[in-house]
Write a protein that binds this ligand. Structure first.
Ligand code: SF4
Length: 383
C-alpha cells in the first residue's frame, strides 16, 4: 500500500508567519510583521540546511520537500525561487521528488501560485477548513468560502495535484453544512483530503474562551461517520487517521513521518530526525523567528541535536506508525531502528490481548477498536 522508497529522506521547511493567528491554532505561527524579513529568513534556512546535512552520513537524494507553516504562500515568488535554488545547490532531489507547499486561500493569486509551480512545486496543500462562510468567520479565517473555491480551482488548474484540509465539529456546524462542505470539496477535483476534527488546544484563544455552539459528543461521532462514509463513497482511500487519497496520491512526505523515515527539519521550531551509525538523532530549532534567524546565521545550531536513547525508540516509532490504517510491517520496525520485535515487548503482547493491535507477528497494525484508542497504544510504549 505504501508507495515509498526503502530509505526516504524528506526535507521539511517551516515558514513561521501568517496574516494573523487563528484562534484554534497551536502551531508555531506568528502574525506577520509589517515587513517580513524574507531575505534573512531564507539565508537562515539555507545555513540551517548546511548544518543539518552534516548529520547525514549518506548523501541520498531528497524524496520529498514540504513547505509548511505558518503560511508559506506569503513567500514572494522571487524568495521562493531563491530558496528552491539554494536547496538544489546543496542537495540532490530524486527525479520523482514530491514538492508540496501549503497555501492559505487568502494569500493565493494568479501570480504566486504558478510561480511556485514553475520553481518546482508539484503538490499544493490548501488550508480551506470549511466552505461555509459562518464557520470560516467563527474560525477566524482570513478568507471567504468563495475565495476558498477559487483558490482550489486555481491550484487544480496550475498544478493538478492538490490536497485540501477540511475541519469538522466546528462551532455552529450541522450535519447538513458538513455534508455541503464535503460535496463542494468533491466537486473541485482534488486528489487528497485531510479531514480533522476541531480540537481545543492548550494555549490557544479558543482554550481561553470556548466558542459558542460546539457540537456535543454524539454529534461529533455522527460527523466522523459522515466524513468517512462520504469520502469512501467519493472514491478516496482512507490510509491514515485523517488522510484520504485518490489511488496513487498518498502523501509521500507524511508517509515518511508515519513510517519513521528520515527527515531534515529546517526553519523556526522545525524538528528533524536522522538515522546514523551511532543511533537516531533528533534536531529541534528555536521557535521564535528572530532567535532562529540569529542562531542560524551565527552558526549556533549544532547544540540543538540530541541522540534518542534506544529505550525511547519504541515510543517514538509508535507515535506515528499506528496512525496508518494498514499499520506497518515488523520488518520496517527492524529496518528503521535496528532492534528486533522483542524490544516492543511486553507492550505488544498486552495490546494484542486487549484487542487494540492485530494478532499477526509480521505486522504492527491497529484493529478498528485500536484506532479509537491510539493514545493508549502510544502510551503503552513509554519507557
Ligand atoms: S493560517 Fe494556519 S498556521 Fe496560520 S494561524 Fe491559521 S491555522 Fe495556524
Amino acid at each position: 500500500m505504501v508507495e515509498l522508497p526503502a530509505e526516504p529522506l524528506a526535507l521539511y521547511v517551516h515558514w513561521p508567519w501568517c496574516v494573523r493567528k487563528c484562534p484554534y491554532c497551536d502551531f508555531n505561527s506568528h502574525a506577520a510583521p509589517a515587513a517580513i524579513p524574507e531575505r534573512d529568513y531564507i539565508a537562515a534556512l539555507l545555513a540551517d540546511l548546511d548544518d543539518s546535512l552534516t548529520l547525514c552520513e549518506s548523501r541520498r537524494p531528497l524524496t520529498s520537500i514540504f513547505f509548511g507553516g505558518g503560511t508559506p504562500s506569503l513567500m514572494t515568488p522571487e524568495g521562493f525561487h531563491l530558496l528552491m535554488q539554494g536547496i538544489r545547490e546543496r542537495v540532490a532531489t530524486a527525479d520523482d521528488c514530491e514538492i508540496t507547499i501549503e497555501a492559505n486561500p487568502g494569500t493565493i493569486d494568479t501570480a504566486n501560485l504558478p510561480a511556485y509551480v514553475h520553481a518546482g512545486v508539484n503538490r499544493i496543500s490548501i488550508g480551506v477548513q470549511s466552505f461555509t462562510d459562518a464557520s470560516l468567520r467563527k474560525l477566524g479565517r482570513i478568507h471567504s468560502a468563495q475565495q476558498a473555491v477559487d483558490a482550489v480551482k486555481l491550484a487544480v488548474r496550475v498544478c493538478g495535484n492538490v490536497n485540501l484540509d477540511l475541519m469538522f465539529a466546528l462551532p455552529g456546524q450541522t450535519v447538513e453544512t458538513l455534508q455541503s462542505d464535503l460535496d463542494t470539496a468533491f466537486s473541485l477535483g482534488v486528489q487528497h483530503m485531510s479531514c480533522y476534527e476541531l480540537t481545543i488546544e492548550e494555549g490557544t484563544a479558543f482554550a481561553k474562551a470556548l466558542p459558542d455552539g460546539l457540537p456535543d459528543e454524539d454529534l461529533v461521532y455522527d460527523m466522523n461517520d459522515i466524513v468517512h462514509e462520504k469520502l469512501r463513497a467519493a472514491g478516496f482511500v482512507h490510509y491514515e487517521v485523517s488522510g484520504y487519497a485518490a489511488p496513487g496520491h498518498f502523501c509521500r512526505h507524511n508517509l515518511t513521518y508515519w513510517t519513521f523515515g528520515d527527515y531534515l527539519g529546517i526553519g523556526a521550531g522545525a524538528h528533524g530526525k536522522i538515522s546514523t551509525r551511532s543511533g537516531v538523532l533528533r534536531t529541534q530549532r528555536s521557535a521564535r523567528p528572530a532567535t532562529y534567524i540569529s542562531e542560524a546565521l551565527n552558526c549556533r545550531l549544532a547544540a540543538q541535536t540530541r541522540r534518542v536513547p534506544p529505550e525511547q525508540l519504541p515510543f517514538e516509532f509508535m507515535l506515528n506508525a499506528p496512525r496508518l490504517i494498514e499499520g506497518v510491517s515488523a520488518d520496517l520496525w527492524q529496518r528503521r531502528t535496528g532492534l528486533d520485535m522483542g524490544a516492543l515487548e511486553p507492550a505488544l503482547s498486552e495490546l494484542k490481548a486487549q484487542g487494540l493491535l492485530v494478532d499477526d507477528p509480521s505486522r504492527i497494525e491497529p484493529t478498528d477498536k485500536g484506532r479509537l484508542f491510539l493514545s493508549d497504544i502510544q502510551a503503552a510504549f513509554l519507557p
